[in-house]
Design a binder for this molecule. Sequence first.
Ligand code: SF4
Length: 283
Amino acid sequence: MKVSVSDIQSYVRKRLFLGLLAGSLLAVGLISFALWYLIFKPGQSLMNQLLVLVLAFFLGISVLVAGLGMAGMLVALLTSKRLAFLQTPIRIAINVFFPVIIALGRLLKIDVDRIKRSFIEVNNQMVRVTRFRLRPEQVLLLVPHCLQRTQCPHKITVEINNCHRCGGCCIGDILEVRDRYGINVGVATGGTLARKYVKDYRPRAVVAVACERDLTSGIQDSIPLPVLGVTNDRPFGPCHNTRIDPAKVEEALNFFIGGKGDSGHKDHKIQRQGYSASGLKGC
Ligand code: SF4
């Protein structure tokens, strides 16, 4: 089996989120254990004992359920098998323990964006465990409005077709991908608008482009809807003339719709070889 450098990097990135999840479960488990000890400490009022008992019980249960969720994630990541009965524990592990994971990461002085990138990698691989053959209109591509060139006078958040495809930013490329694949596209200014697009289009799967922070919250909000996250590049700082690699977006779309719209893909990539060059000439 051929293992590439990006495979190894991806493996290392995924380990960070899973390691912090394991650490969080251990920390909360120890707190729960300590609370059980407090209940039986002499001199406690009955009310105190009851309150501590309830807290220890809920913490203990959440650790057990999230532990099952973590097992489900490991099974999916290591064997590419999706165990349906572990999907709820996985959701609990992600949604309930995410703040604990971030707090633990901060305590260990780990960059929050690194943790979120790791989570996005874990999520993407878990989504890829299932095989999809969706129609293009069942897939929604969500992109952030910060892809639009700041000097552009055209209002695209309400109507993306207002873009004149001048080549000044990535929005023209997104429209080209939309037309070639026949997918739905939404330009979101934040979580509220992103949720509205999901409600309006009712997609079976989403390809979301955003920064680590928005992708993480978007993926969590959308569960159980499968979302493949693609992080944007921010050569001019956050929320300002951001960019994407169209090839990564197309790869994610092809995963859901099975290569439809793939024609011209090579030309498309060649056309954008200057992607990482400085300036604002397209993606
Ligand atoms: S491609 Fe040109 S017209 Fe379209 S949003 Fe970007 S800058 Fe504006």
